[in-house]
Design a protein around this ligand. Structure first.
Ligand code: PGA
Length: 248
């Protein structure tokens, strides 16, 4: 199983900035180790420019999509439009979409299923808030988000077209990375759930960790049980630090 090293640029970078960073990233990464795969989730407006300079070793993705092909949905972007700009991946359920834009578990599930059926590969993001963790609700929250997020995702999409990112909300953009024991526990819960849903294929679905991943903590994180890659925000914005992470 290849490790999936993913960059989430969030609302950073114009097309010109993204394009020049990808060019530099390609130079810094060189040929990838055989066990690595790289995806960059750029803002919609940067996708076309990024596609023009994107190294062959990097796959582009959108950070969001609407669960429909086209129509009167002002401000929205369909999976088909993402594909037309060079994307083969999309994120669903990022905690910022859940909290800032009030996306429900059911809506995240709808997007996940629609995007997969449209031919995109999907990273479904899940994770608990600090209150939920402190309230002893870790397992309940992860299982609920997985159950609803994957409700309409048949086994045929597993394992290669779907990945799950575990991103504890309290570790995103805070500099506070989850400890090894916390990551192992959460990824174990996710793995057990995936196996119950998809049997053997559930063992091969990649589970990424996200939340304050940096070049210095990445080597330790990717060696933990059931960690099959990382989803990186802040440290993915510079070619130097993201290349270091990819080559960890
Ligand atoms: P961070 O963001 O690496 O800046 O914590 C991760 C994410 O939100 O995907």
């Amino acid at each position: 199983m290849k490790l999936l090293m993913a960059a989430n640029w969030k609302m950073y970078k114009t097309g010109a900035e993204g394009a020049s960073m990808l060019k530099e990233l390609g130079e810094r990464m060189g040929a990838l180790p055989v066990d690595r795969e790289v995806a960059v989730f750029a803002p919609f407006t940067a996708l076309a420019a990024c596609a023009a300079t994107c190294p062959a070793t990097v796959r582009l993705g959108g950070q969001n999509c609407y669960p429909g092909e086209e129509g009167a949905f002002t401000g929205e972007i369909s999976p088909h439009m993402l594909q037309a700009e060079g994307c083969s991946w999309v994120l669903t359920g990022h905690s910022e979409r859940r909290s800032v834009f009030h996306e429900t578990d059911a809506y995240v599930g709808e997007k996940t299923s629609f995007a997969l059926r449209a031919g995109l590969d999907v990273i479904l993001c899940i994770g608990e808030s600090l209150e939920e963790r402190d309230g002893g609700m870790l397992r309940e929250v992860l299982e609920r988000q997985l159950k609803t997020g994957l409700a309409d995702v048949p086994e045929s999409f597993a394992p290669e077209h779907i990945a799950v990112a575990y991103e504890p909300v309290w570790a995103i953009g805070t500099g506070r990375v989850a400890g090894s024991a916390e990551i192992i526990e959460a990824h174990g819960i996710i793995r057990t759930f995936l196996k119950s849903l998809y049997t053997e294929k559930g063992s091969e679905i990649r589970i990424l960790y996200g939340g304050s991943v940096k070049p210095d903590n990445c080597p330790e994180i990717i060696r933990l049980d059931n960690v099959n890659g990382v989803l990186v925000g802040g440290a993915s914005l510079q070619a130097e630090s993201f290349a270091q992470i990819v080559l960890s």
